[in-house]
Design a protein around this ligand. Structure first.
Ligand code: GLC
Ligand code: GLC
Length: 668
């Protein structure tokens, strides 16, 4: 069942995108015609290229107009902004390089290219991985060896001095942080990645700018035009009214969502850190200005834009100011404009919110791909509980997505883990959500007796008891504890836990995304506290610097046949990735759960065209026996090969799975 499709009948975007305003849309375009023609003339665009743009404009104009009309139609200067928006799109197309245009053609002809099982992603911070963009080019071979075809570079644009929230406090979207290189370096890298068959993903941090972005500086200088780019208030009256219904995202940074600015003597809306000023999208000038920044980033050679903090972009008094219908309309408007001017580019949604809300951002006409935070959280949940009940319950009605969209399945990213599962899903399997979150927080901070995890709290809110978890995948899966206790047995279990989870994100349907360092089982980096710009944010514990000497260890290992833990993790993961890429059943998203009647064992069938693969995963450290006959029904066969271990399994007999074993079974 499709839970809630943004293109479905109840979506506000759809309602306004269809019937209404067709006459108004057409007449407006007619009136804009001279300005557009003048732009083609001025920009010296070839007739064939103009024609292409115009075809796409015809396709998308009416729905785009309806969205903008809904968002901004009551503005006294709507038509002015409409014209600016159209011209911004025309300029972006004019500036698009021939290589990108050629790629646009391929993507238009193959719109679900990202559903292939060959697609595997990795994310990294340039400075921590390779120091700078120039040196990153030397590691393209490394990405290829690992099997990556998608690279997400964490924000690399110019930022404020000092703490910059890991690059998310941007002071200029058109220049690269000088410590990392230049825009030219970025373009070069994008070209080389493309030549190597690796797509480039960058963030579009569009909910907020840094307090030292040009617009914010102009606001601080008292310019009323730019003060309207943000949410700025002279006293507490309005902020207090808003606060009644708002959450706190970073409660340890500052209470509430507003920051007093001494210079202006005013309050500024700052959902995240106090130096990140939320943009005011009820002002069409902001939409237009950010559109221009989006196109600039797109034309450096980006294949996919990660839309940061999508939930927060629209505010309305009396609501939680998250996931509002207008937030969807804004993204849909960006999507239409991107489809017109940079049509090969996709959107990825970063909505770390309730699962019912996550899915609303996903659609061909909104974000084609989305992080899957519910799966992420529930995989860790199952690892802690050794029980797949809640995970299965959630997957049973939340995994399916509309056509031409995909999940991005990940275990760790640069952010914390929040337990964003649905309380009703939990209740359905007899779990109290609140208590369970408490348990998970205690488990993953190592406070629960018998826990193998070494996470640390992030944004603990003493008032609500709410907390999120920081830590690397290896430290959360028990490797840190195992090394501390110098126990071979515990090391073995930790490695198995990691491969179990990876084996699922690599097979469940969607794009698997590694946070680089995972391939070596990198541990928590407690040294982040030494850097004053990082000390206040425990997420730095799981953003360690790449340890390149592990690569030498790997070479030694291969030469001597004597494996270290690191090389074993690397080689196992590399092999799993290669296996995934060779299995056509793992393309697309189609997945059917199979109940094997064992609470420790997750089982599902993946199907694509005529191909099938059964995945069975034991979340317990104890061996589990599974009945063979269920496999026969699920997999329609008598004999299967587990392509991971190479073992043959006959469905006529029960089969014993090892501790934390994952099997990918193909009929033979
Ligand atoms: C997103 C980013 C996170 C950042 C926040 C504010 O959630 O992933 O790292 O702190 O947005 O930009
Ligand atoms: C995101 C999420 C939150 C996440 C934070 C970054 O937007 O909503 O869960 O932890 O920002 O830390």
């Amino acid at each position: 069942m499709i839970v809630s499709n943004p293109n479905g009948a109840n979506s506000p975007g759809r309602k306004s995108a269809n019937a209404p305003y067709q006459f108004e849309a057409d007449l407006s375009l007619k009136r804009l015609r001279p300005a557009l023609d003048a732009a083609w003339e001025r920009l010296q665009v070839e007739p064939a290229d103009v024609h292409e743009f115009e075809l796409r404009l015809t396709e998308h104009w009416r729905p785009l107009f309806a969205l903008l009309m809904h968002l901004y139609g009551s503005r006294y200067d709507f038509f002015y902004h409409l014209e600016q928006i159209l011209l911004t799109a025309a300029e972006a197309w004019a500036a698009r390089s021939p290589v990108l245009r050629e790629q646009d053609h391929h993507r238009i002809n193959e719109p679900d290219w990202f559903s292939s099982q060959k697609v595997v992603g990795g994310a990294l911070y340039v400075d921590l991985f390779s120091e700078n963009l120039g040196k990153l080019r030397q590691y393209i071979g490394y990405f290829k060896e690992l099997g990556l075809t998608y690279l997400h570079l964490m924000p690399l644009f110019a930022v404020r001095p000092g703490d910059n929230d890991g690059g998310y406090a941007i002071s200029n979207y058109r220049s690269v942080d000088p410590r990392l290189g230049t825009v030219e370096d970025l373009r070069l890298l994008a070209d080389e990645l493309r030549a190597a068959g690796i797509v480039l993903v960058l963030d579009f941090v569009f909910n907020h700018t840094s307090e030292d972005h040009q617009w914010a500086l102009q606001a601080q200088a008292g310019d009323p035009e730019f003060q309207r780019y943000y949410h700025i208030y002279p006293d507490r009256e309005i902020p207090d009214q808003y606060e009644r219904t708002l959450r706190e995202i970073f409660p340890t940074v500052r209470r509430g969502n507003f920051t007093w600015h001494d210079g202006m003597q005013q309050w500024v809306w700052t959902t995240f850190n106090s130096f990140q000023w939320d943009l005011n999208y009820s002002n069409p000038a902001v939409f237009r200005a950010m559109l221009e920044e989006m196109f600039f980033i797109a034309n450096t050679g980006v294949d996919m834009l990660r839309l940061d903090a999508v939930a927060f972009i629209w505010k309305q008094m009396g609501t939680g100011c998250e996931n509002l219908p207008e937030a969807h309309m804004l993204i849909q408007a960006f999507n239409r404009l991107s489809s017109i001017a940079t049509p090969g580019m996709l959107f990825k949604s970063e909505a770390i919110v309730h699962p019912d809300d996550v899915v609303k951002y996903i659609g061909e006409r909104e974000c084609q791909v989305s992080y899957n935070p519910t799966l992420m959280a529930l995989l860790w949940e199952s690892l802690a509980t050794r029980n797949v009940g809640l995970l299965s319950r959630s997957l049973s009605h939340r995994h399916q997505l509309p056509p031409r969209t995909a999940w991005v399945n990940y275990l760790r990213c640069h952010d914390d883990i929040g337990w964003t599962f649905d309380d009703a899903d939990a209740a359905a399997v007899g779990i109290n959500g609140f208590d369970h979150r408490n348990f998970l927080n205690r488990f993953y901070t190592g406070q629960f007796e018998g826990s193998f995890a070494r996470g640390v709290p992030f944004q603990e809110n003493l008032q609500t008891g709410d907390m999120r978890i920081s830590g690397t995948m290896a430290s959360l899966a028990g490797l840190e504890q195992a090394i501390e206790e110098d126990s071979e047995e515990l090391k073995e279990l930790a490695i198995r836990r990691m491969l179990l989870l990876q084996g699922i994100t690599l097979s469940i349907g969607g794009i698997p995304l590694l946070y680089l360092g995972e391939e070596w089982g990198m541990l928590n980096d407690y040294d982040f506290v030494k850097d004053p710009a990082k000390a206040g944010d425990t997420r730095w514990i799981h953003r360690p610097k790449m340890q390149w000497h592990y690569l030498d260890e790997l070479d030694d290992h291969i030469a001597s046949g004597n494996g270290s833990i690191r090389s074993r993790i690397f080689l196992s993961l590399q092999r799993l990735i290669a296996l995934r890429q060779s299995l056509p059943a793992l393309a697309g998203q189609q997945m059917k759960l199979v109940d094997l009647g064992n609470p420790h064992v997750l089982c599902f069938v993946r199907m694509h065209e005529a191909h099938r693969l059964i995945v069975i995963a034991n979340f317990s450290e104890y061996p589990q026996t599974i009945a063979g006959n269920l496999l026969r029904t699920a997999g329609l066969g008598r004999f299967f090969e587990d392509v991971i271990s190479g073992d043959t399994i006959a469905s006529s007999e029960p089969h014993e799975m090892e501790s934390y074993q994952i099997m990918w079974m193909q009929r033979i």
